[in-house]
Write a protein that binds this ligand. Structure first.
Ligand SMILES: CCCCCCCCCCCC/C=C/CC(=O)SCCNC(=O)CCNC(=O)[C@H](O)C(C)(C)COP(=O)(O)OP(=O)(O)OC[C@H]1O[C@@H](n2cnc3c(N)ncnc32)[C@H](O)[C@@H]1OP(=O)(O)O
Length: 286
């Protein structure tokens, strides 16, 4: 059942003109807890909170989208995107959304993901991804949409591993990857479905800094964001768009085609079989 939940925060941010009032149209009672918005001095922290692995279900994608819209509405200048689930940034798209789906939900799921990417990749706000855990596939995509990536060292990995699941990263995932690490590294990593350790990711430019622990990473993410925020906003945004606008335009002009390609591809017998096996292998681990 649809319900409307309102979160009100009293201590207004200097860079937010009003206190944040997040009004989210919920599809389920739990949606409000999926994303935690925290006000800081001059920016916001957007923390994903969908235990155990912050998988990007339809509700999670919509909650992220609505959180960003709310920040934009409140003239927030910048945010840190991170996770409130220890050891995990995001496990990427919720595979259960793509396995044996109804066509209606599958379409809504993909269309919502397109919207979130357009919003995040084209955002006027400055953003830093504080990658405090694993970030495969869709998790890596979210991080790449930010202006800077700070990763906590450890066993976590990051990358676009779609081919390992028997699926293909859509063209706009690929474009984001190429814009981040370049053509040659992308071509190789996309085919191999490579997941990189923090040091490997640093070496190829997939992340900008690697810090030994979450506290150090948080401090660097904050100072990194402040550096971005010191630049005149319009000049910074237009410079970012010089790099990103072609990719954004491509999806904007081809949304319907991309949606149909995804639905047709995801529902083939071969892909469904592959996703079923992959889900089983994840379950067997436990
Ligand atoms: C003609 C052709 C044209 C082609 C055009 C292209 C068309 C489009 C094609 C489609 C593209 C779709 C794009 C997809 C991008 C994605 O994001 S796919 C998702 C990829 N993600 C992964 O592979 C990550 C899988 N998970 C893991 O590797 C691990 O869980 C982890 C390393 C993230 C964390 O490990 P750990 O802490 O040990 O937790 P687990 O015990 O493994 O997991 C706990 C729990 O969560 C479940 N789970 C994990 N990941 C997901 C997920 N992504 N979705 C749903 N559920 C997940 C896992 O099964 C466990 O569940 P249980 O506790 O066992 O119930």
């Amino acid at each position: 059942m649809m319900s409307l939940v309102t979160f009100t925060r009293n201590n207004a941010l200097p860079l937010l003109r009003t206190s944040i009032t997040v009004r989210i149209q919920l599809n389920s009672a739990s949606l409000s807890s999926l994303v935690r918005l925290e006000e800081k001095q001059g920016y916001a922290v957007v923390a994903m909170h969908k235990p155990p692995v912050n998988s990007l279900s339809l509700e999670m994608i919509q909650a992220l989208s609505e959180s960003l819209s709310e920040l934009e509405k409140n003239k927030c200048k910048g945010f840190i995107l991170t996770s409130a689930c220890p050891g995990i940034f995001s496990a990427g798209l919720d595979i259960r959304e793509m396995y044996q789906p109804t066509e209606e939900r599958l379409k809504e799921f993909w269309s919502s993901l397109q919207t979130l990417w357009l919003q995040l990749y084209g955002s006027k706000m400055a953003s830093v991804a504080l990658i405090n855990g694993h970030a495969p596939a869709g998790g890596c995509l979210l991080a790449m949409c930010c202006d800077s990536r700070i990763m906590v060292n450890g066993k976590s990995k990051i990358g676009l591993n779609e081919t390992k699941l028997g699926i293909v990263a859509p063209f706009w995932f690929k474009d984001t990857f190429v814009n981040t690490i370049g053509v040659r590294q992308s071509e190789r990593a996309l085919q191999l479905g490579s997941l990189f350790t923090p040091d490997e990711a640093l070496k190829i430019g997939l992340v900008d800094r690697v810090l030994p622990d979450p506290e150090a990473a948080t401090a660097v993410a904050e100072s990194e964001l402040k550096e971005f925020l010191q630049i005149p906003a319009m000049a910074r945004y237009l410079s970012k768009m010089r790099i990103r606008e072609a990719a954004l335009k491509d999806l904007l002009e081809n949304r319907e085609k991309d949606l149909n390609t995804f639905v047709n591809f995801a529902t083939t017998d071969a892909v469904q079989k592959g996703l079923g096996i992959y889900l089983q292998s994840l379950a067997k681990k436990n």
